[in-house]
Structure formats: C-alpha cells, structure tokens
Design a protein around this ligand. Structure first.
Ligand code: OAD
Length: 235
C-alpha cells in the first residue's frame, strides 16, 4: 500500500495500456494496425484457442516476446518512473511487456501477466523467466504440462485486481494513459478514483472518458513528461 506516514508524499496511480508502449514500437490491439485488427483474439488469447492450436498461440507470443525484448522504454515510461522521486507511485498496467520496470518504475502491477515468463498449462508450476527466448512445443514444466506464456487470456482471472482497486481509490492523482478502456475488469478501475483526486486521461482517442477525468488527446511521449514535470514541481 501507499506510505501512510503523516509526511507521506502525494499518491499517484498510473493505469497504462498498449498505447504507452506504441512509441517503443510495440503494436496496440485496437488501433487501425492493431493486433486484434489483424488476428482473431479467440484463436490467440483464449483457453479454447490454446487447446485447439497451441503451436499457433506459441508462435504469436514468441514473436511478441522477441519484439518486446528488443524494445526500449520511451519518454513516457521514463517520465512515469521519474515521478517516483517526488510522489508515491504505483503503476497498474494491462501491458505484458516490462518497459515500465526497465524505465525504472519500482512498483508495477501487471493485470494481464507478463510475456517474459512461462508456466505450465495446469497453472500450478512456478513461472519461469525466458529472457526473450521462445517457448517450444514439447517444452514441459516440472509438473509435466506444456509451457505456455504467463499472460492472462480472455476468460482467465485478471491479476492483482483488489490491490489495484485499493491503490486507485486512495490515490490523489490518477493518470490513465494509452488504453481504450474497452477491456473489463481493468477498464472499470478508473471509475474507482475518488471524487477529490486529480484525474487525467491521455490517449489518441478513447471509447469513453470516465466521470471526472480530463481528457488530454495526444501522444503519450508528448503529454506524459509534461504532466509528470508539473506534478513533480507541485509536490
Ligand atoms: P487498445 O489497443 O485497446 O488501446 C490502445 C489505446 O492507446 C487507444 O485508445 C489508442 O488511441 C491509444 N494510443 C495509441 N498510440 C498512442 C500513443 N502514442 N500515445 C497515447 N495513446 C495512444 O489497448 P489496451 O487498452 O491496452 O488484453 O487493451 C487492453 C487489453 O486488450 C490488452 O491488455 C489485451 C487486449 O486484448 C488481453 O490480451 C487479455
């Protein structure tokens, strides 16, 4: 949880999505060239897709993992990390890349898992770090089931949801950035922000602007560094 001492710094919750990593060269899902415009998510991001054609699923995530491994954090990731020098920051991300961590953010909750970890299909084996390497068909976990990416597919339980909800509720500032807010339950977290919090949504475009949020339309690398600087000066 946030620092509860009387001298505690301002609490900032950052809710991020694929648009934040777009300028690091990683595709989003629903923009015109987005992944779900080119592929059917039912085949690639669902337990049924995995059962029907695990090789196709592995190929898709292996390619994404290699791409994410080669990517570098952009100015928006770095600005979010820099905010920790002045504020008590938590990053709650739908992204499966690790660009927040690589930029220096120290508290990151991955709602949809992490691309660079593998686990057994049955879910009981501990996740194994991949360092950008592919998962091959026939590669088994210690319990003997096929390894799969440790990401959350549609129909599977989102991670850290309760913890994320309490961070958003208690935040003085809520920054939502680079997400279409179209996937639940992650999208509803924004609605938990308190009435008194400063609430900003940064995106190229969105399906909806949650109540009380100021919508700043623009690229994350243009808008987020300015906002972070403002909040650090103000701290
Ligand atoms: P989407 O692809 O749905 O939305 C990306 C958002 O980022 C859009 O609103 C874009 O306008 C915006 N955007 C694109 N480039 C940007 C930039 N340079 N600066 C600022 N904004 C930009 O991605 P998510 O909302 O993250 O889940 O998608 C949520 C979930 O849907 C993903 O985690 C994934 C997917 O299905 C699973 O696979 C379970």
């Amino acid at each position: 949880m946030y620092d509860a001492s009387p001298s505690a710094r301002r609490r900032v919750a950052v809710l991020s999505g694929a648009g934040l990593s777009a300028e690091s060269g990683l595709p989003t899902f629903r923009d015109s060239n987005g992944l779900w415009k080119q592929h059917d998510w039912r085949h690639l991001a669902s337990p049924r897709g995995w059962r029907e054609n695990p090789e196709l699923v592995l190929d898709f995530y292996n390619a994404r993992r290699a791409q994410a491994w080669a990517a570098v954090p952009n100015a928006a990731h770095r600005a979010v990390a820099a905010l920790e020098s002045a504020c008590d920051v938590v990053v709650i991300t739908q992204n499966v890349d690790e660009l927040h961590e690589r930029a220096g953010s120290t508290r990151v909750l991955h709602l949809h898992g992490r691309l660079d970890y593998a686990r057994g299909t049955a879910g009981s084996a501990p996740a194994r770090r991949l360092e950008g390497a592919p998962i091959r068909m026939g590669e088994l976990c210690e319990q003997g089931t096929q390894l799969r990416p440790d990401v959350v597919w549609f129909g599977e339980a989102v991670r850290h949801l309760e913890e994320a909800a309490s961070y958003v509720q208690a935040a003085d500032i809520v920054l939502v950035v680079g997400t279409s807010l179209s996937v639940q339950p992650a999208a509803s977290l924004a609605d938990l922000a308190s009435a008194s919090a400063r609430k900003v949504l940064v995106s190229l475009d969105v399906e909806r602007v949650p109540d009380g949020f100021k919508f700043l339309q623009g690229r994350a690398t243009d808008v987020v560094p300015q906002l972070a600087q403002e909040w650090m000066d103000d701290a």
